[in-house]
Write a protein that binds this ligand. Structure first.
Ligand code: MTE
Ligand code: MO
Length: 507
């Protein structure tokens, strides 16, 4: 049988129907999910996809897409869905039953992913509402659209235009309503929490902690500029009023603490520079904030840590886990369970209402956001999110330094040029920073006043720049006398090393 133009148009109308119904179904499902506060289909499927992806592929994706990996993942889910519903609609032009079955299967997959999502906060009725919406709009919409197409193409019978237009506009309207609900609706992580003042406020910032130099990183990072790194496709929205922290595992007295329990304690305020293991040499995945919180060691002492334990496994509401050495959480660095950041409750992206902040360790082993459980355990008995993906179980922050100004490839005028940046060796402290141009002699930079050994330290150096192209390099020495290594290491498995350099041109 040869294909006639009518048949081809018919197939195309089928494919368009699949696309319309599929898109509207997802949008409506997303909208209702937002309204009833459950993890929506796209994020749920994305999360499942991450979990089911073989490790080499995952590593390749992280290496290739870096911090855009989430956008790429969501894009991948959407493109796959698009292709699937196009094909379903195409098939459906001839075989309606097959298309409807296929669409039902897609909704079923999304429903399964939503039910299995570790961050799934909503109850059964909310989930049922979201899934029913997808069924009605996706499957029902497709059935309606396809019913406007004649089944037997052999007969010279065109599509039922009125019916097709009505179905199309209805499905589009439902999809649009879903999209609107998706953007406006929902309890968007209300971060209202009455923070008490600190029993132990942060020390005042010392005079001369930084320099007034354009482009030099400020000592305290304004919250909107604070880097964000996490695996959450959608920032968890946690209700502080009902949030509970559980302390479990190898303890004499397991604890369950509400936010009110935690806030009624003596709170400590301190500036701590957080650093991500994914920070490349010269990168900006670190920030310094004033954190308000409860010393972890006080809570662990109350729970009564049993002999033999050497780790704390922290768990986020979204299922993320990390392992931190017990000794680090009980020593004098005084790791915090933070409730406040820069004078206000933690913003949703930074872990509202409760997160860990541990001086001296990379965030992935020590700074769990949306914290819901601390399990006292042994390193030998568990693995965590990033250790499952090839990163080290123990990860102290490596001594490092960065040139903030001048920027790479800056065009400068000959004469005196200010070179400046920050250096960090949390819990050890920075003793010295040196700079050199074109591999000449190392020169001592001037250091800003030290805030504490838990924060970074500013430095500056005056350079008499002569015309030409020049390469500036920086290296730091910590309080223990260790000089920052020039050896270039990648971020995996436990943090990058090497000297940061910038090339500038002077005229
Ligand atoms: N729940 C959860 N907590 C998390 C992460 C995460 O993916 N999920 N990422 C960690 C990593 S790798 C870092 S570097 C810090 C970053 O904290 P920030 O986003 O507030 O800067 O959070 C840590 N806490
Ligand atoms: Mo990180």
């Amino acid at each position: 049988m040869t294909t006639t133009p009518i048949q081809r148009g018919h197939r195309a109308a089928g494919a368009a129907s699949g696309l319309l119904a599929g898109a509207a179904g997802v949008l409506a499902g997303e909208g209702v999910s937002r309204l009833v506060d459950v993890t929506g289909p796209v994020v749920a499927v994305g999360n499942r996809a991450v979990d089911l992806t073989p490790r080499p592929l995952k590593e390749w994706a992280i290496a290739t897409f870096g911090s855009a990996d989430k956008a790429v993942l969501v894009g991948g889910v959407l493109v796959t869905l698009l292709v699937a519903v196009l094909v379903l609609g195409w098939v459906g032009a001839r075989r309606r039953g097959v298309a409807l079955l296929g669409m039902t299967a897609l909704v079923g997959l999304a429903a399964l992913a939503m039910v299995l999502d570790p961050a799934q906060g909503g109850g059964a009725p909310a989930l049922v509402a979201a899934v029913l919406t997808m069924l009605v709009v996706g499957v029902g919409g497709l059935a309606w659209l396809l019913s406007a197409l004649p089944v037997r193409v052999g007969r010279a019978q065109g599509l039922d235009r009125r019916r097709f237009l009505l179905a199309t506009s209805s499905v589009v309207a439902l999809g649009a309503a879903g999209a609107a609900a998706r953007t406006v609706g929902g309890p968007s992580g209300s971060t209202s929490l009455d923070l008490p003042t600190a029993a132990t406020p942060a020390d005042p910032i010392p005079e001369g902690v930084s320099f007034d130099i354009d482009g030099l990183t400020p000592h305290v990072t304004p919250t909107p500029d604070f880097y964000r790194v996490d695996t959450a496709l959608q920032v968890p929205s946690v209700d502080a009023a009902s949030h509970v922290l559980r302390i479990t595992g190898m303890v004499d007295r397991p604890l369950e603490l509400t936010m009110q329990d935690l806030l009624s304690r003596d709170l400590v305020e301190r500036r701590i520079t957080l650093t991500c293991v994914s920070n490349e040499v010269g990168g900006d995945l670190l920030g310094n904030a004033t954190w308000l919180g409860i010393p972890v060691r006080e809570l662990l002492a109350e729970a009564g840590v049993q002999a033999g334990a050497d780790a704390v496994r922290s768990v986020s509401v979204d299922g993320y886990t990390a392992g931190t050495p017990l000794e680090v959480l009980t020593d004098d660095r005084e790791a915090l369970l933070a409730v406040g950041m820069n004078g206000v409750p933690l913003p949703a992206e930074h872990g509202h209402p409760l997160r860990m902040v541990t001086p001296g360790l990379y965030g992935y082993v020590s700074a769990t956001k949306w914290l819901t459980e601390l399990e006292v355990t042994r390193f030998a008995d568990f693995t965590a999110y990033w250790t499952d993906r090839g990163y080290a179980a123990k990860a102290p922050i490596k001594l490092s330094s960065r040139i903030d100004v001048p920027g790479s490839f800056a065009q400068l005028e000959a004469g005196e040029v200010t070179v400046a940046g920050v250096a960090w060796a949390q819990t050890v402290g920075i003793e010295r920073v040196q700079v050199r141009a074109d591999e000449g002699e190392w020169q001592d930079a001037e250091l800003g006043a030290e805030d504490s050994d838990q924060t970074w330290r500013a430095w500056r150096w005056r350079w008499s720049a002569e015309p030409g192209s020049h390469r500036l390099e920086v290296r730091a020495t910590d309080r223990a006398g260790t000089v920052q290594t020039s050896r270039r290491e990648p971020i995996a498995p436990d943090g990058s090393t090497g000297w940061h350099n910038v090339t500038v041109s002077v005229s």
